[in-house]
Design a protein around this ligand. Structure first.
Ligand code: SF4
Length: 299
């Protein structure tokens, strides 16, 4: 099987103790059976600590989070006690693979790094060139539309698909701020930061400081244009397997609407990477929320 990766994939390394939004807080981690078996054999204090930290919930073994929602193996210095004491090979599958994702389309494995990780957001936004994809293990690279041609996606597009698809993406959402907020408010909030962000966008809109639609992307400064283009195409890349259920144009509208929302979030916070990370944790990492948005964009 051919594996495709985005142009920044190989540059990933976890920020560990310097990460401001560690994935070792706020997420419940499922422990796979082979790892569980290995954890049962570990001797000494660390073995006891690991075993005492595991509970079963709904038939799944997980690490029981502390009262402040942290993994019990996360040390005060932001480092993982399992990695420090036993090495990274002793991590369970979920921790070892995070933030990598793998989705499948037309005999292709589409791999990437999830945007709920702050390092991924930094890497995606670090370059001011168009997003490119690589065939893993080769020097071959392609842009998003050459990637579409490698899949059977072309058959879902109207005639003259490549140029049409290009123009679909090279535009921001035609929805108003209120329409976008109405849809976002239907999703289940992940934390207070998300609710505060929505309230701030609404407040600035009411005060007349935020309006949509935005001017065409080609009129934006080069670095801004590239940043939002990269975000939009990367959001759509992860959504491609949903083409079996949704029309390409609808998924493109989903990518544009979410990119426009991220623009609004960055406008009120002044922090694009963090706006992107929070959006991903709220929307992309909750499949129910993704479906809520896809369905409500049609209403
Ligand atoms: S969110 Fe990313 S950078 Fe931060 S601890 Fe997790 S994997 Fe590392």
């Amino acid at each position: 099987m051919i594996t495709i990766v985005p142009d920044f994939y190989d540059q990933f390394s976890c920020k560990a103790g310097s990460c401001q939004h560690t994935c070792c807080q706020g997420w419940e981690i499922d422990i796979d059976e082979p790892t569980l078996y290995r954890y049962e054999q570990i001797k000494g204090e660390i073995g006891d600590k690991i075993r005492q930290s595991i509970i079963i919930r709904d038939g799944v073994f997980i690490f029981q989070l502390t009262d402040d929602d942290r993994c019990p193996l996360l040390q005060d210095d932001g480092l993982c006690q399992i990695i420090r004491t036993l090495g990274p090979k002793k991590l369970c599958k979920v921790c070892a693979m995070h933030p990598r994702f793998f989705v499948y389309k037309s005999e292709l494995e589409l791999a990437g790094l999830g945007l709920c990780c702050e390092k991924t957001c930094e890497l995606l936004l670090e370059r001011d060139t168009p997003l490119r994809f690589c065939i893993e293990g080769t020097d071959e690279t392609m842009d998003f539309f050459e990637l579409l041609k490698m899949t059977d996606i072309a058959k879902y597009l109207p005639r003259d698909c490549a140029s049409q698809a290009m123009s679909i993406l090279h535009a921001t959402s035609s929805l108003t701020v209120s329409q976008i907020l109405r849809i976002m408010e239907l999703t289940e909030p992940i934390n207070d930061s998300w609710c505060q962000l929505l309230a701030k966008i609404r407040q600035e809109t009411t005060a007349g400081k935020l309006t949509l639609p935005l001017p065409p992307l080609e009129t934006w400064p080069h670095d801004q244009q590239q940043a939002y283009d990269r975000i939009c195409q990367y959001i759509l890349y992860r959504m491609l397997p949903r083409l079996s259920r949704w029309h390409f144009g609808h998924l493109a509208d989903y990518a544009k609407m979410n990119t426009t929302f991220i623009y609004l979030a960055a406008a009120v916070t002044g922090d694009l990477p963090e706006s992107l990370r929070l959006w991903s944790a709220q929307i992309e990492y909750d499949t129910d929320n993704v479906e809520i948005i896809l369905e409500n964009m049609l209403k």
